[in-house]
Design a binder for this molecule. Structure first.
Ligand SMILES: *[C@@H]1O[C@H](CO)[C@@H](O)[C@H](O)[C@H]1NC(C)=O
Ligand SMILES: *[C@@H]1O[C@H](CO)[C@@H](O)[C@H](O)[C@H]1NC(C)=O
Ligand SMILES: *[C@@H]1O[C@H](CO)[C@@H](O)[C@H](O)[C@H]1NC(C)=O
Ligand SMILES: *[C@@H]1O[C@H](CO)[C@@H](O)[C@H](O)[C@H]1NC(C)=O
Ligand SMILES: *[C@@H]1O[C@H](CO)[C@@H](O)[C@H](O)[C@H]1NC(C)=O
Ligand SMILES: *[C@@H]1O[C@H](CO)[C@@H](O)[C@H](O)[C@H]1NC(C)=O
Ligand SMILES: *[C@@H]1O[C@H](CO)[C@@H](O)[C@H](O)[C@H]1NC(C)=O
Length: 405
């Protein structure tokens, strides 16, 4: 189990070591020199004439020598395909009749095929709800699980209505197709997707750093009636790629600054090599629209492993792109703890992640921290230098002014 068990806002709190500060300082320098890379980003809904409507959102981020494709869909469980090509001219080809057939292989292609340098997919398979009212030492955390919601059995809005090309964002909003308990009568689960043409950082926590090579996903559960008085929610995430190995989970630490007050940890999932694909998030979720200390929940991550594949809902776009030649890995995210703020406060939960291809963004130090460090490191250094200069030059100069007898 990753992330500290401490509820509330204080997890991961510890003083950064001098080594960490130094390595951060060093890593801050080269990135600053690289400058920003920009991409021309196109976001479009791939049209279909199906009833019910099928959502297929294509993000094409074109650079000088490369194109990144992100294909988001709510056909089956919500999922995204990540495809990097080494040409500015690659394109997405969709054959709807094939894609919607029981054998969708080949229904979704990125052409030319030999330009593909990396491909993978992320699938959001199930929403879990746990009862934490009565956690004893015998019940395994996070508590007793209610029957999970399979996200493949949700119905979703028409994505065209939420597409905003100025902010490069779109929102999938869904409810269980068969909501027999009425839990989602006033609620929904949303996946807000945003793309970027340059690097930056949103104003709202968790303020994840993005680049032109990345997309941001904000998952929010709003207004759904929990099945118990104290319910924790969890999200199961699957990754699909042609590599036999699962992506590796890593923790990075940064120091406290005004970008990310008191959250020092960044969790990241990396596909085989550094220059492939990645997912990043901070181990924090929020229980209110107003995101801050009072509404922060810890986010626990389980280890990544190869599950029994038939247990996970299958994504048609993943099958269409990869065929049967793919490997699935999965892990769970759990939001909150038995005490502290929770979904029960306002029936609200939100969590964000960054998905991307290429080199994962590295948090540099904020100007404020750099300034403080420059002063803190600078003043003694200047004094040492001044002292050294005095020792070197002082006596000599003194001798020059000695009166000649
Ligand atoms: C989805 O919305 C778009 C724009 O509002 C509309 O043109 C399209 O027909 C809708 N699709 C369906 C299947 O309702
Ligand atoms: C991108 O293209 C430029 C000019 O065509 C070339 O100089 C550069 O090496 C290319 N970069 C990569 C990473 O291929
Ligand atoms: C789509 O796939 C079907 C089935 O393989 C094929 O008959 C049809 O020609 C394809 N359509 C296009 C436009 O390629
Ligand atoms: C909590 O668990 C204990 C022991 O299993 C049981 O006696 C008690 O009734 C439970 N309380 C609630 C509210 O479920
Ligand atoms: C949904 O909201 C309406 C109006 O706010 C309320 O009357 C109704 O009880 C709510 N239903 C559920 C299941 O919470
Ligand atoms: C939930 O809370 C209500 C009101 O506080 C209480 O009556 C009920 O017994 C609680 N249910 C459970 C399962 O603890
Ligand atoms: C996620 O948690 C649920 C409930 O504890 C469990 O059934 C499922 O196997 C877990 N999935 C993964 C990939 O760990």
């Amino acid at each position: 189990m990753r992330g500290s068990e401490t509820p509330g806002w204080g997890w991961g709190r510890r003083a950064p070591s001098p080594g960490l500060v130094l390595s951060l300082l060093l890593s801050a320098v080269p990135l600053g020199l690289l400058g920003e890379e920009t991409r021309q980003v196109f976001m479009e809904v791939v049209p279909d004439w199906m009833d019910p409507p099928q959502n297929l959102l294509h993000i094409r981020a074109v650079g000088t020598n490369s194109t990144l494709h992100y294909v988001w869909s709510s056909l089956g469980p919500p999922s995204v395909l990540l495809v990097a090509t080494n040409t500015p001219n690659s394109s997405l080809r969709v054959n709807w009749s094939l894609l919607l057939s029981p054998e969708p292989e080949g229904g979704l292609m990125v052409l030319p095929k030999d330009s593909i340098r990396f491909s993978s997919a992320v699938v959001f398979t199930r929403l879990f709800e746990f009862d934490v009212t009565n956690i004893s030492e015998f019940t395994k955390p996070p508590g007793k699980s209610y029957p999970p919601y399979s996200l493949a059995k949700f119905s979703w809005n028409n994505i065209s209505d939420s597409l905003d090309v100025t902010t490069l964002s779109a929102t999938f909003q869904g409810c269980p197709t068969n909501d027999s308990t009425g839990a989602f009568a006033n609620g929904s689960l949303t996946f807000r997707v945003q793309a970027f043409s340059r690097s930056g950082r949103p104003a709202q926590p968790p303020r994840l750093l993005h680049t032109a090579d990345t997309c941001q996903l904000e998952v929010a559960l709003v207004g759904a009636k929990p099945r118990g008085n104290h319910s924790l929610f969890g999200l199961e995430v699957a990754t699909v790629s042609q590599s036999p190995d699962c992506p590796s989970m890593q923790e990075r630490h940064s120091i406290d600054d005004e970008y990310t007050p008191t959250i020092f940890q960044l969790d990241q999932l990396l596909w085989d090599s550094l220059l492939s694909g990645f997912v990043q998030w901070r181990p924090v979720a929020f229980s209110q629209k107003q995101r801050g200390r009072d509404s922060a929940l810890s986010c626990q991550t389980s280890p990544v492993y190869h599950p029994e594949e038939y247990l996970l809902p299958q994504s048609p776009i993943v099958r269409a792109f990869f065929g049967s030649q793919s490997n699935t890995c999965a892990f769970n995210l759990t939001f909150g703890a038995a005490t502290g703020p929770g979904y029960w406060d306002q029936y609200y939960l939100s969590w964000s992640m960054i998905l991307g291809m290429g080199t994962p963004p590295v948090d540099t130090l904020s100007p404020l921290v750099l300034g403080i460090m420059a002063v803190a490191l600078g003043a003694p250094t200047l004094m040492l230098l001044a002292g050294g200069l005095f020792l070197l030059l002082g006596p000599k100069r003194y001798s020059e002014y000695q009166p000649i007898n």
